[in-house]
Design a binder for this molecule. Sequence first.
Ligand SMILES: Cc1ncc(COP(=O)(O)O)c(C=O)c1O
Ligand SMILES: N[C@@H](CCCC[NH3+])C(=O)O
Length: 477
Amino acid sequence: MAHSHEAGALHAPHNGATAVVPAWLTPPADVNELLPQLWARTVTRGADGSLQVGGIAVAELVEQFGTPLYVLDEEDFRARAAQFRDAFATAFADLCGGADVYYAAKSFIATGVARWISEDGLNLDTASGGELALGLRGGVPGERIALHGNNKSRSEIHAALTAGVGRIVLDSLGEIDLVADVARELDVVAPVFIRVTVGVEAHTHSYIATAHEDQKFGLSLAGGQALTAVEAVLARPELSLRGLHSHIGSQIFDLGGFEVSARRLLELHARIEHSYGVTLPEIDLGGGFGMAYTSEHTPLAPERIATRLAEIVARECLVQGVAVPKVSVEPGRAISGPSTFTLYEVGAVKDVALEGGTSRRYVSVDGGMSDNIRTALYDADYSATLASRASQAPGVLSRVVGKHCESGDVVVKDEFLPSDAGAGDLLAVPGTGAYCRSMASNYNQVPRPAVVAVRDGVARLLVRRETPEDLLALDAG
Ligand SMILES: Cc1ncc(COP(=O)(O)O)c(C=O)c1O
Ligand SMILES: N[C@@H](CCCC[NH3+])C(=O)O
């Protein structure tokens, strides 16, 4: 779809009234079309017009697992993970023997996913004891796991060191002694990174930018805390300083922020070498690579990202006169996000009259902000398509909303859906593999949906659906 549609154009739906179309959304020539950049690679329309994934029709999945349902295309997830792994191995091969990819578990993790990560030779970035536990149970070796967090508990640090994690990323000055003390108790040396706030304003939603000064993550470079942390870590024999880390934010399409961040990190890296005679063996540039939620997004290919980051690191190391450390990155969304779509059943459909004689169509589904909070939280855009059948009806500008008691309970703000879409139809929302199930809630005591992985005609449950009994079981009475 082109992006050339004029902002605020009026679209006449089937009932003659009009509603405002966002600038990037063009009325489709065919409402049944699946834009390849938005859908996992095995998703197609079958001969009957309904969606198929991994060789299975959505109706079959719904019969077995119900709705709402997160449907993960295993082939797609693993291909994207392998593409990042290979792109970074290749681009950095001559510089530092290949860069390591740590898949960010926060975007979505289940033991089944951890098993793929482990089998496919990636590493795992965890941000809590829970993510760590799932990673370990899925078979990821401790030394291939990183533990993050701006407020790790003693028990999370204890669990990580007991598992022999490859790195703990220190996020505050107080944490340095905490990790060192736990390491001493366990009689181990803890491999640590220091998360540096590099002062970059990433071009993304302010809620998911993480390297400007006024936020909670990391130790400030400009304010001097990062260097103070380096000195404190070097003074503790229970800690082995492996490198510096920076993560500038999420859903980023412009590599300019990574350039500034890498330069600032490598300046500090060089300063540590020159001032303390300590050559840090590694450096981590974080994650945050963007994905396509709608036709307005054009993500960078992993090869392009890896090649550009390799150029930046090579140049900065040359300028600083230091050897290239082993590089790692932490993509989450770009791997898990596009692999999954959410399948809903449509219920109530309303045309609501707006001021000025326009109207908006509201299509309600059987989930909502409890399974996808991103629209309400970040004003995120999504798309949707009729999944249970193809339709010859014209497209009508629609808003897909959930079933929660909240007017902000919107899943898809604007999409052209066939005018005959109605109760009992299945609707699919692509690009929900990252930060949807992992940020799901039980608002209105709605049980969280299942996640099913589909591959080669086989559907396998990754996370089972919660039931009202699960919710009742939490109630202390
Ligand atoms: C430290 C860290 N690494 C990696 C990620 C993964 O980010 P994304 O899923 O945008 O790639 C995040 C989340 O933003 C993060 O905070
Ligand atoms: N949850 C965010 C990203 C979180 C980034 C974590 N540091 C999102 O859905 O976009």
